[in-house]
Every structure is written in structure tokens, then in C-alpha cells.
Write a protein of this length. Sequence first.
Length: 138
Amino acid sequence: MSDPLYRKEVLRLAADAHGAGRLTGPHRTGVAHNPTCGDKVSVDLALDAGGHIAALAHETKACVLSQASASILGRDLKGLTRAEVEKLRADVSAMLTGGSAPASPFDAYSAFDGVAEVKSRHRCVLLPIEAVLKAFES
């Protein structure tokens, strides 16, 4: 597939679906919805005593871009605090407007470089991160 929005790396991340499902007895749950396209991401978090993410699961009823982004979080978000998730959101937003991809372990977001030119799809990539931040607010 030659569409820059749906590169092989994006499709592979979405298919891997790291963290897909729900947690039994989560400490926090957040939902982010994009009314423009109908995408919806629900995130369950288990937190340790220090406020770090101990476990994450997501239910993603959304496009491939949101699914791939949620898969990155499901694989790599463990151990982060709310402040670190806020920084990740800022880093991904910056990347989508021409900046560099976030540092490891979130460098997989570089697969979304084709999304930068399609501003209406930025929210698709950011939606799972927004759901995590809403979970911290709950």
C-alpha cells in the first residue's frame, strides 16, 4: 500500500494490538471520542502507589491510525506518570506539525510521518493519548 497515511509500519502496529482489551478492576478509566469521524478509545489504567502506570488496556473502536497509536501505548506506556504522558502528547503533536519523532521507546510514532500533511487526521493519532490523560483525570 503506497498511501502515506497507512504505511506498513502503521498497519503492523494496528494488527499487533498491544494492550487491546479491558482490565479487571482498573483504578482509572478514560474515554476519548472524535465526533468528526466517530472514533472512540476507552483506556483502563492500573496505577502503582507512586502514580505510575502499572498496566494499561484499551478498547479502540476507531480507524487504523488510532488503533496503531493505542498499540504503541499498550506496548510502551507502562511506568510513566501523568506528566510524562503529557510530555508524550506534546512530543507527538510537535512531530505531527513537522518536528522530530518522540524519543525511545516512543520512536515508533515515526511511522505516522505521513499524517503530518493531513491535519484532519492528527486527532486520530492523538486520541489514545487523550484517553489516557482523561483516565488520569477520572
